[in-house]
Write a protein that binds this ligand. Structure first.
Ligand code: DX5
Ligand code: ZN
Length: 220
């Protein structure tokens, strides 16, 4: 992928002004909406579910990048397709039959993503990488916004890039957690294609400019 993408995470938006924050992203130079779905079981937090995604989808005019932090995601693949998800990412750690799950996501017309927790080694994707459209590397432990970036992520991105190249896969690499203007360039240089940013964008006093800056840093 040539142009590098920015995906603001709505988890950090003001939920009482969600439409306003969605319009901000629509008007910005951001590329995707990152949507975090948490079930309070796979991760120790609950975010929001289908009715909220349905409301988001009505206003969002960009790619919907849905990150499922839930157990047994197979139960909801069709539901998330019907809600307009373009990319559906499941966790490696939540999928005992990952290959089947990936095929089911693609059968619903979505791009299939796999996310790795910080402790999960990229080599575990050796046998599935050619079936995966996107790998989401967690650069914090999933469950909460606003945590600090784990430095070992750079090394994981390099390992993943090497695996993708070696297998001749078309997989793109997304990074999620603690992304700021301080680590964005180094992540892209290591091989990242898409950067998720929650707090860094939404806690900024100048959100449009913050997105614009991030977008220019990663495409230098
Ligand atoms: C964390 C979520 C992230 C989160 C990132 O479990 O998957 O998408 O919103 O938030 P920041 O950018 O604040 O770390
Ligand atoms: Zn996420």
């Amino acid at each position: 992928m040539n142009s590098k993408l920015i995906a603001p995470s709505l988890l950090a938006a003001d939920f009482a002004n969600l439409q306003r924050d969605i319009e901000m992203v629509n008007q910005s130079e951001a590329d995707w909406f990152h949507i975090d779905i948490m079930d309070g079981v796979f991760v120790p937090n609950i975010s929001f579910g289908m009715p909220v995604l349905q409301a988001i989808q009505k206003h969002a005019k960009k790619t919907l990048d849905v990150h499922l932090m839930i157990v047994d995601p197979d139960r909801y693949i069709k539901t998330f397709a019907d809600l307009g998800s373009d990319v559906l990412t499941v966790h490696y750690e939540a999928c005992p039959h990952l290959h089947r799950t990936l095929q089911a996501i693609k059968a619903e017309g979505m791009k299939a993503g796999v996310s790795l927790n910080p402790h999960t080694n990229v080599s575990l994707l050796e046998d599935t990488i050619n079936d995966i459209d996107l790998v989401l590397i967690m650069s914090v432990n999933p469950g909460f916004g606003g945590q600090s970036f784990i430095e070992n992520t750079y090394e994981k991105v390099k390992q993943l890039k090497e695996l993708i190249n070696r297998k001749g896969a078309k997989t793109i690499i997304e990074i999620d957690g603690g992304v700021t203007n301080k680590n964005a360039k180094q992540l892209v240089d290591a091989g990242a294609d898409v950067l998720v940013a929650g707090s860094y964008v939404f806690k900024s006093d100048h959100q449009l400019e913050t997105i614009k800056d991030l977008k220019s840093i990663v495409n230098l």
